[in-house]
Design a protein around this ligand. Structure first.
Ligand code: NAI
Ligand code: MG
Length: 354
């Protein structure tokens, strides 16, 4: 297969871990006979230094010509967020790309890989084999509705509004159903339908969409219960699909359950196979330039890209099992208790994959 991928390495450890993912892509090309080409594009500080903006039109144009975006991480040092080079860098770049490409579905696979159970906040017997996918609606709901300050009884009051249109719900649910079809065919629709009208509409739409996916076993669950079940018995879930705010909270909870930040990839999709694939962690300025970052989340983001943009399940699974083989052989970066540098671990993964 031929394809073109826009590569935005970003700040901090971004360029270090991106190098690893590109090395892995080279091996995928050779091993499976593909021709995936990469084009580098600037964003955040690198773009600011050259163009004076965090997300220049040149970068958007490169992404438009590509099938998908492989993204590193952006953001400045935590105590230097106000200088113009860093101010709103993350917001400008990520929200800018999300908006431009209408990336309405955020996918967060929460997987406990063999040998990584020790990083979980839960005891191993509760999380061994955990493999949950959260699909979060990303561009609507209460984070985007009208908000205001007003006065009530002479004191400040505030109001936020959650609005969901049928089509916005339907397209997010479809991503959930389609993902379930590629997995164990079980879908949990999370809402608060005992209280919220938007949630009742979600259920109505879900029942309609479900007719197109008769093989998928769908259930509804209230969000408070879903949080409890996810923390208590994560093995019971396959795919969870939910609105923006609930998905935000549940995916952070799920991330804590899995444990190590360096292991969590994510995908933001637009329903037309185009997507932005990035680690869930940030630019880690505290370890940037030291060559010790764990590139796993970045490499797993590449695997997601191959799986969801190109439909290449075999290649995606090969990358995932190469990482596991490396770990099994004791090849680990420091955050996982090993001693390897980013580059040494990448070499180990490349060897297992080749
Ligand atoms: P962070 O995720 O960058 O780092 C948190 C902690 O985890 C740090 O101690 C870091 O060293 C460690 N860590 C993260 N990724 C790692 C990896 N691959 N290997 C080994 N250790 C790793 O979060 P933090 O420090 O709060 O934010 C730093 C910057 O990143 C900020 O400017 C923030 O705005 C930005 N950020 C960007 C995101 C993105 O690009 N989507 C997401 C989250 C934060
Ligand atoms: Mg969050």
């Amino acid at each position: 297969m031929k394809g073109s991928i826009a590569v935005i390495a970003g700040d901090g450890i971004g360029p270090e871990i991106m190098k690893s993912a590109v090395a892995v892509l080279d091996v995928v090309n050779k091993k499976f006979g593909h021709e995936f080409a990469t084009t580098e594009a600037l964003a955040s500080s690198a773009a600011y230094d050259k163009y004076g903006v965090h997300l220049p039109p040149e970068t958007i144009a490169t992404c438009e010509k590509s099938d998908a975006i492989l993204f590193g991480a952006v953001g400045g040092p935590v105590n230097d967020q106000e200088s113009p080079r860093w101010k709103d860098a993350e917001k400008n770049v990520i929200l800018g790309l999300r908006k431009h490409f209408d990336l309405f579905a955020n996918l967060r696979p929460l997987k406990v890989w063999p040998g990584t159970e020790v990083f979980s906040t839960l005891r191993p017997e509760f999380i061994t084999g955990m493999d949950v996918l959260i699909v979060r609606e990303l561009v609507s709901g209460i984070y985007f509705g009208a908000r205001e300050r007003f006065e009530q009884n002479g004191k400040p009051a505030a109001r936020d509004t959650s609005v969901y249109a049928w089509d916005e719900i339907e397209r997010a649910l479809r991503v959930g159903f389609e993902a379930a079809m590629m997995r164990k065919k079980r879908l949990t629709v999370v809402d608060k339908a005992n209280v919220l009208e938007t949630s009742r509409l979600w259920r109505e739409v879900a029942r309609e969409v479900a007719k197109d996916f008769p093989e998928v076993q769908m259930e509804f669950m209230f969000v408070d219960n879903a949080a409890m079940q996810l923390a208590r018995a994560p093995l019971a879930f396959d795919v969870i699909v939910t609105e923006n705010m609930f998905g935000d909270i549940l995916s952070d909870l799920g991330g804590a359950i899995v444990g190590s930040l360096g292991l969590l990839p994510s995908a933001s999709l637009n329903g037309k196979k185009f997507g932005l694939y990035e680690p869930s962690h940030g630019s880690a300025p505290d370890i940037a330039g030291k060559g010790v970052a764990n590139p796993t989340a970045q490499i797993l983001s590449l695997a997601l890209l191959l799986r969801y943009t190109y439909g290449l399940e075999k290649e995606a699974a090969a990358i995932e099992s190469a990482i596991q083989s490396a770990w099994k052989a004791g090849e680990k970066t420091r955050d996982l208790g090993g001693t390897l540098s980013t580059e040494e671990f990448t070499t180990a993964v490349v060897k297992c994959l080749a």
